[in-house]
Design a protein. Structure first.
Length: 257
């Protein structure tokens, strides 16, 4: 048995009661039923009651079902809306379907069988439409991520070239046997450049633009953090000290495999 919440927007109590009785005879459904006579209250009930199916009277207090249907669809609501009318009219039916009605039923032809078939068909169509919409949104998300990946890959490739230049320059400068203080700074520059190059390499692999192996080596997080903090300390204003007490050498190897 399927749970089914139904909202009826109809100002004729007799018609509403007849519809309710017929729905109760649909043994396939565990029914939750709500009836509203005013179209404005009905629009609010769509949000609060959150029905699975909406039955909408074509004529309702001077407001036509088509007008209400337009308002429902204008808000992006695609759930099944079944239009009801007292008389069969091909033009009215065609207009309702064209404007987004899921089905069109004549009140004096209602029966449990007719209602079940209409509800079952419209709910299946709604589920299929939602699946298509989800697939389309998922496709757009993938394309968006691909575009971001391409952009990140391009930036990473350029940045990798800059890092290579910095690293080569630092290593070349170290061959000139600088004083201990300068040597420490050059080693920090080389260490930070190497850590940054590893990050860039991951971006390139993510974008499938890296031509080397698809397996990454281990990364010494401790060294990367220590070198970065050292450079930050040198760029801080006088009197500002960075607390490194939380950084230790234990368990700071991260595998890239």
């Amino acid at each position: 048995m399927q749970e089914l919440s139904v909202l009826v927007i109809d100002d004729d109590d007799v018609d509403v009661e007849k519809l309710h009785r017929n729905l109760l005879q649909c043994e396939e459904f565990a029914l939750s039923f709500e009836a509203i006579s005013d179209w404005r209250d009905g629009m609010r009930a769509i949000e609060t009651f959150a029905p699975d199916v909406i039955f909408l009277d074509f004529f309702l207090g001077g407001q036509t079902g088509v007008d209400i249907l337009k308002e429902i669809r204008a808000g992006g609501d695609q759930r099944p809306v079944i239009v009801l009318t007292g008389q069969g009219d091909e033009e009215t039916a065609t207009s309702s379907i064209r404007l987004g009605a899921s089905d069109y039923l004549v009140k004096n032809t209602l029966s449990p069988k007719v209602l079940f078939e209409s509800i079952d068909t419209t709910r299946r169509e709604y589920a299929r439409r939602m699946q298509d919409l989800f697939a389309e949104q998922e496709f757009r998300t993938i394309r968006h991520l691909e575009a971001i990946g391409n952009l990140a890959g391009g930036v990473a490739h350029d940045f990798n070239n800059y890092l290579a230049g910095i690293l080569v320059s630092a290593e070349l400068a170290l061959t000139y046997e600088p004083c201990p203080k300068v040597r420490r700074e050059l080693e920090r520059i080389a260490g930070i450049s190497t850590s940054a190059a590893q990050v860039v390499r991951r971006l390139l692999l993510f974008n499938k633009q890296y031509a080397g192996t698809d397996q990454l080596g281990d990364v010494n997080v401790y060294e990367a953090v220590r070198n970065t903090l050292s450079m930050l300390q040198h760029s801080c204003p006088p009197g500002v000290k960075i607390d490194r007490s939380a950084v230790s050498e234990k368990s700071h190897m991260v595998s890239g495999s």
